[in-house]
Write a protein that binds this ligand. Structure first.
Ligand SMILES: [Zn+2]
Length: 422
């Protein structure tokens, strides 16, 4: 009999030491692939699970660096080649018995955060801190990956007692909601009868399960580039076209987009970089921004307003512009059938002491893109929160979670498999 509890912690601590940001998770993917193959899974990689046309926010230079890092850490050239430049993996297991196709989604990327050097921080105290400077599993996706792998092992070990098929999705680039669209666009989940996903911790403590979090906001992320024309700032500024001034005006106008009466909206211009030198009319401006909305149509409204402003400003300042979409998530509501399954399973898990029917997630999660895709094809989908006490909030260098919650999450997934595929 396998010791699933120690597998959960061991894998999490190994993954915690080499965190990789979205689309660069080559070492992490290799780790997942080797485990899945050793458990007897067929593993799909590269363009079998990624539609390159729906890949958002993938930086080619960082991808190459990620590959180099993975090779330096002992990953084989053959395995890197199999990935075709795209991270993430899907494990397939067929029990050979008639039954539903059940899919699970676990995200694998990290956050660009420096892990604290504080001696009291558990990864420091127990020797598993991040060795990848400037990167950290500060959102808990190391736990998600470990839970997914342990679930995969348990399913393989209990294959003879189960029916139907399993698809276990290890999704790259959740941060910035960049990865799910490409997975959805590959069609890999189109035959799934069920899709379950979860996030650890967030707004719930150890022992708590939030069955159907609401307020998964729709969001679109964009990079906008304005290009002007250089000129001597003293001699003939009239000959220049000022990209910096255009971008600044665009920001001010974007902040003035009227709120929508139909529901929540958000806008943030997170970065603005412009200009070449003190005495040169600025030629380049680059801004990274995002909009959010309570529903797809409100999010579309925000996007349309942003695009109108960019177009109008470029005309007014006689500069050109280029917009690239960098990420997307949609709104999402659990299917009642799946929420009922989650609730009933939670009642049987010994470490669960509080079942919370719903709660405001208050952020975006690109699970929503996958869940909606499954629903659009007639399947059922749900996303839940597995609570965990945390040392600090998500995305901070002092973030850490109560590792007991991994067992709770694993027990939840195991229970779901037993309900759906037994
Ligand atoms: Zn996260």
């Amino acid at each position: 009999m396998s010791d699933y509890s120690s597998q959960l912690i061991e894998q999490r601590r190994i993954l915690h030491q080499w965190p990789e940001e979205g689309w660069t998770e080559f070492w992490t993917t290799a780790y997942i692939v080797e485990k899945l193959r050793s458990f007897g899974y067929e593993v799909l990689l590269g363009t079998k699970i990624i539609n390159p046309e729906q890949v958002f926010g993938r930086n080619v230079e960082l991808v190459e660096e990620g590959k180099k890092n993975a090779l330096a850490r002992g990953v084989s050239e053959e395995l890197i080649a199999e990935m075709e430049g795209y991270t993430g993996a899907v494990g397939l297991l067929d029990t050979g018995k008639e039954g539903p196709t059940t899919a699970f989604r676990f995200d694998i990327d990290c956050v660009c955060v420096q892990e604290t050097a504080n001696a009291d921080h558990k990864p420091n105290k127990e020797g598993f801190r991040s060795q990848h400077n400037g990167f950290m599993h500060a959102c808990g996706h190391d736990t998600h990956t470990s839970i997914g792998l342990t679930l995969a092992k348990w399913i393989a070990d209990h294959k003879d007692e189960l029916k139907g098929k399993f698809k276990i999705v290890f999704q790259p680039a959740e941060e910035g909601v960049r990865g799910a669209s490409a997975i959805a666009g590959s069609g890999i989940l189109d035959d799934a009868n069920y899709l379950f996903g979860s996030h650890i911790s967030f707004m719930a403590d150890s022992g708590e399960i939030v069955v159907a979090p609401y307020g998964l906001l729709c969001t679109s992320k964009f990079d906008v580039k304005f290009t002007g024309k250089p000129a001597h700032a003293g001699k003939e500024p009239n000959a220049g076209r000022n990209a910096l001034a255009a971008a600044c005006n665009a920001v001010v106008q974007m902040m003035g987009i009227p709120r929508h009466g139909g529901g929540m909206t958000r806008i943030n211009v997170g970065t603005l970089r412009a200009g070449e030198g003190r005495n040169v009319i600025p030629t380049h401006a680059h801004m990274a921004l995002e909009v959010r909305g309570e529903t797809s149509s409100i999010n579309d409204y925000m996007t349309e307003q942003v695009m109108n402003i960019v177009e109008g400003i470029s005309k007014g300042f006689d500069v050109t512009y280029e917009v690239s979409q960098m990420g997307a998530a949609v709104d999402f509501t659990n299917d009642k059938e799946c929420s009922d399954i989650i609730e009933n399973v939670a009642k049987t898990v010994p470490s669960v002491n509080k079942i919370i029917p719903d709660g405001n997630f208050g952020g975006s999660e690109d699970y929503s893109v996958l869940g909606r895709r499954v629903q659009a094809n007639g399947g059922k989908a749900a996303f839940f929160i597995c609570g965990a006490d945390r040392a600090a909030g998500h995305h901070q260098g002092t973030f850490d979670i109560d590792e007991n919650a991994l067992q709770t999450a694993f027990d939840m997934y195991k229970g779901i498999v037993e309900k759906v595929n037994k």
